[in-house]
Every structure is written in structure tokens, then in C-alpha cells.
Design a protein around this ligand. Structure first.
Ligand SMILES: Cc1cc2nc3c(=O)[nH]c(=O)nc-3n(C[C@H](O)[C@H](O)[C@H](O)COP(=O)(O)OP(=O)(O)OC[C@H]3O[C@@H](n4cnc5c(N)ncnc54)[C@H](O)[C@@H]3O)c2cc1C
Length: 459
């Protein structure tokens, strides 16, 4: 039973804050990145160390509270929070230690992508992860993690060396290749189903200055750009990662006023090889396609590229997204993309194709929980707008677009690009690996205590 005494005991046991409804700070603390999601947890435990996490897990279990784990709070369907239950908020657990001699980085679960980029950059190192600096590294990693360094160095999980985990019974283990091997396998793509990760150790790579940024073409050239891109990508050096977007030019500085609001086809790239070779590698993009309306590719520090989108995507926008894994971009699929992208509501809505080829394909489909090792792209269709009145239009557009293009995809999707879409979608995503994930869930979380996630139910 939850009463004043049990709550006072919990409060006294935590080094971090316990925030309850009607207390100061509650409204701010419950807010998620996606403004479309409005959850009101009963308790928010702002943990500051592993002891706090263990205390919170035991409390949630003993009081049979629906319990959510929150890292960066960026999850699309808001799976970092829950209604009426307990949120284990890790956002204050931000410690990072770079070991430059061994090229590894130990990262706390409250770190954002930007925290990790910042810490590594002074050592000329980067961990392959996402492309927007405000995203939580924890949820991103546990779902798989892809970004500009993926073709060259693999998914984030392919660079995960070990993880400290608080399990559903409150015990603490370290999972790595030689220890709790099954758990380590499941954490690499299986999301927050198996425990609360309190520390991640990653392999880092030498990345410092890169040649990157966007090139925009008018929508009348989009078909040609997409056809060219599908041929170019498989032959491009792995140091080059161009993702494709169907988007709208934001009506704001620093974009030139004459192109504000124009629908465009974009290639947004990062070349992490030798800078002096960059222009030659990019040359086909500049020479073999119609003249772009904007070309902002150039040399910049890696963290600068990683924060290019930040000003356009503040916390609190409305987001509705759906994804799929894509192997080929056929002409009929391009037709569908062009038809639906043209009807995108608002200036922020988008379709992105993120490359997940290259080194990602060198890992076997059963080597990690992430099973799709044959896709060329991870696709996301995202309806985004600042105005809550647009919420249903964003969702209707994204769903309609997704339904039309889904037949041209591999069936499953990146779990971090899903809304709450049901068990069938989760099964399609994990394919052959689903049964092993259920077996590991049975072992580590048989009561499904950790169920606020893309849930793998115990068998
Ligand atoms: C603007 C934006 C850009 C993005 N860009 C990329 C990108 O470039 N690449 C990419 O791969 N993804 C990207 N994503 C998707 C991103 O990976 C997911 O939104 C992810 O869920 C974010 O993690 P989080 O920690 O912020 O989420 P939260 O909402 O805090 O948590 C999401 C889920 O992760 C689990 N979780 C979080 N922390 C822990 C933990 N310590 N232990 C156990 N489980 C935990 C929980 O199950 C929780 O339900 C982007 C998202 C947004 C909104």
C-alpha cells in the first residue's frame, strides 16, 4: 500500500529527488520530448546513482506499480513515462569517462547524444550513435542506434562492450560478451525489456573534423536524385554516410528567404575520412545531379554536424512517426514517396532514409537481438508540428504514407521509430530472434515488470 509512511521512507532512501503530483517541479519533470504525449505518473524518482535505481526498482516491484524507465525522454510514443505509476528518471546520471588509451567511453544513462559527442571530441574520438544531440543515448542504444558513422563503424549496439544492469528483482549485474552473455545479446536491440542499464561502455573511433551538411534539390528533381542515390550509395566509401530526406525548407534563418517553405529532396551527409579527400568523394553528388538550390556541405567539427538540427527541433513539438526497414528503392516505391511527401502537413514533417548498410551487414542476424542485417535503410516517416491542433492530421498523414509504402519494405522496423503498434510489429522486427528474446525475458523478468517499452512478453 502506498501511504505517507511508505512514501516518506522512499524519499529518505533516495539521494535524488522524489517528485509527486501537486509538488513543485512536477509539471516540468513529467514533460516528454514529444508534446503529443501527456502522461501523468504518480511518482517520479530522479535517481542520481545505482543505489537510487535499486531502491526505486524494489519500491516499484514491492508496491506493484507500473514502472517506466526514462533516459533522455525522446521516445516517440513516450515510453519513458507512464500514467499513474512510477518513473525511474535517469536524466541526472550523466557521468562520462573517456579512456583515450583504449578508445573506450563509459557513459551514464542520463547522457544525451550531445554529452557523448562533447566528451569524445577533445580526444578526437566519437561513438557511433544518432544525429540529433538532444536524444537520450540510453534508449537510442538499447533499440540499436544509427547515425552518420553507422556505415563505417556499425550500429551503436555493435560498439557496445558492456552494460551494468539493475534487474527486475533489484539485483545488479554486468553484462558483456563473457558474462551474462544472453542478457548482453538481448540488450543489443531488445530495448528496455530486461532491466535498467546504469552504465554503458562503448568502443570509440577516431573522428574529429568531418566534411558534412545538407544539399537541397527542388522537388521537381526529387525522382532523379532518389534514383541516383540508390545506385550511388552501395558504391560509396563507407566513410561517407548520406541520408535522404523529403522535406520542406524551414521558413527561418539561416535559410535563404527565397527558398523558405519549398518542398525539397535533401541529401544530408557526413564524410569522416581524410578531409583533403572529401571534395573528390562528394564530387559525383555535385556533378551528376541537377544544380541544387542549397549546398552547405563543408568541413566542420563532428559535434557541430551533430547539433545542426537542434534549433529546428525543440522539445514539445507534436510528433507521430512510423518506420520500416527498406532494402531497395524501386521506381514504384519512389512514386509512392513523392505522392505522399507532397502532402506533408506543416513545414517540419519529413521522410528520412538512414543508411544501415556497410559494416552493419558484417554482423550476423542472430549475433545481436537486432536481427535485420540486410536492410539498406531504416526509414522514418514523421509528422511534426508545433501546433497541438495538428495532431490528428500529422498522425493521419504518417499512417497513410506508411500504409502505401509498407509493401515495398522488409516488414519490420527500427523499434525506436515505432509508435505503440502491437505485438505483431514487434515480432516482425525481431524475426527469428523473437523466441530467444522471450526465453531471456522469462529468465530475467518473468513477471514483465519492465513492460513500458516495445514489449517482449514472457512466454
Ligand atoms: C529528434 C529525434 C532524433 C532522433 N534521431 C535518432 C538517430 O539519429 N538515430 C537513432 O538511432 N534514433 C534516433 N531517434 C530515436 C531515438 O533512438 C528514440 O527516440 C529513443 O527512444 C530515445 O531514447 P531516450 O533515452 O531519449 O528515450 P526515453 O523516452 O527516455 O526512453 C525510451 C525507452 O528506452 C528505454 N530506456 C531508456 N533508458 C533506459 C535505461 N537506462 N535502461 C533500460 N531501458 C531504458 C525504456 O524502455 C524507455 O521506454 C531520434 C529521436 C528523436 C525524437
Amino acid at each position: 500500500m502506498l501511504n505517507d509512511t511508505t512514501l516518506a521512507t522512499l524519499k529518505a532512501s533516495l539521494r535524488g529527488e522524489l517528485i509527486q503530483r501537486n509538488e513543485p517541479g512536477y509539471e516540468e519533470a513529467r514533460q516528454l520530448y514529444n508534446g503529443m504525449i501527456d502522461k501523468r505518473p504518480r511518482l517520479i524518482a530522479r535517481c542520481v546513482d545505482v543505489a537510487d535505481v535499486i531502491t526505486a526498482v524494489r519500491f516499484g516491484r514491492d508496491h506493484e506499480l507500473l514502472t517506466a524507465i526514462r533516459g533522455g525522454g525522446h521516445n516517440g510514443p513516450g515510453l519513458g513515462s507512464c500514467d499513474d505509476g512510477l518513473v525511474i528518471d535517469l536524466s541526472l546520471m550523466k557521468g562520462i569517462r573517456v579512456d583515450p588509451a583504449n578508445c573506450t567511453v563509459r557513459v551514464g544513462p542520463g547522457c544525451t547524444q550531445g554529452d557523448v559527442d562533447h566528451a569524445g571530441h577533445v580526444f578526437g574520438l566519437a561513438v557511433p550513435a544518432g544525429i540529433v544531440s538532444t536524444t537520450g543515448i540510453a534508449g537510442l542504444t538499447l533499440g540499436g542506434g544509427h547515425g552518420y558513422l553507422t556505415r563505417q563503424y556499425g550500429l551503436t549496439i555493435d560498439n557496445l562492450i558492456e552494460a551494468d544492469v539493475v534487474l527486475a528483482d533489484g539485483s545488479f549485474v554486468t553484462a558483456k560478451a563473457s558474462q551474462h552473455e544472453d542478457l548482453f545479446w538481448a540488450l543489443r536491440g531488445g530495448g528496455g525489456n530486461f532491466g535498467v542499464v546504469t552504465s554503458f561502455v562503448y568502443r570509440a573511433h577516431p573522428v574529429s573534423m568531418v566534411y558534412g551538411g545538407p544539399i537541397f534539390w527542388e522537388v521537381k528533381d526529387a525522382r532523379q536524385v532518389m534514383q541516383w542515390y540508390r545506385e550511388f550509395l552501395p558504391q560509396a566509401p563507407l566513410e561517407l554516410c548520406p541520408f535522404l530526406g523529403l522535406k520542406t525548407v524551414p521558413s527561418t534563418d539561416p535559410f535563404p528567404k527565397e527558398i523558405w517553405g519549398k518542398k525539397i529532396c535533401a541529401l544530408i551527409s557526413c564524410y569522416s575520412g581524410a578531409l583533403e579527400e572529401a571534395a573528390a568523394v562528394i564530387e559525383p553528388m555535385r556533378q551528376e545531379l541537377p544544380p541544387p538550390i542549397l549546398d552547405w556541405m563543408g568541413p566542420m567539427p563532428f559535434p557541430a554536424l551533430q547539433s545542426l538540427f537542434d534549433p529546428l527541433l525543440p522539445k514539445g513539438l507534436q510528433w507521430y512517426w512510423k518506420g520500416d526497414f527498406v532494402k531497395e528503392l524501386s521506381d514504384p516505391a519512389i512514386d509512392v514517396h513523392l505522392e505522399h511527401a507532397a502532402r506533408a502537413p506543416g513545414a517540419l514533417s519529413l521522410m528520412h532514409l538512414y543508411p544501415i548498410d556497410g559494416v552493419v551487414h558484417r554482423v550476423g542476424p542472430n549475433d545481436t537481438a537486432w536481427s535485420c542485417r540486410e536492410a539498406t535503410w531504416s526509414m522514418v516517416i514523421a509528422g511534426i508540428d508545433a501546433d497541438p491542433a495538428q495532431a490528428s492530421a500529422l498522425a493521419a498523414w504518417a499512417r497513410g504514407y506508411w500504409e502505401a509504402v509498407h509493401p515495398y519494405t522488409l516488414g519490420g522496423a527500427y523499434v525506436n521509430f515505432m509508435m505503440e503498434e502491437g505485438e505483431e510489429r514487434i515480432r516482425a522486427t525481431y524475426g527469428d530472434n523473437y523466441d530467444r528474446l522471450v526465453a531471456i525475458k522469462n529468465q530475467y523478468d518473468p513477471t514483465n515488470f519492465f513492460r513500458v517499452n516495445q514489449n517482449i512478453k514472457p512466454g
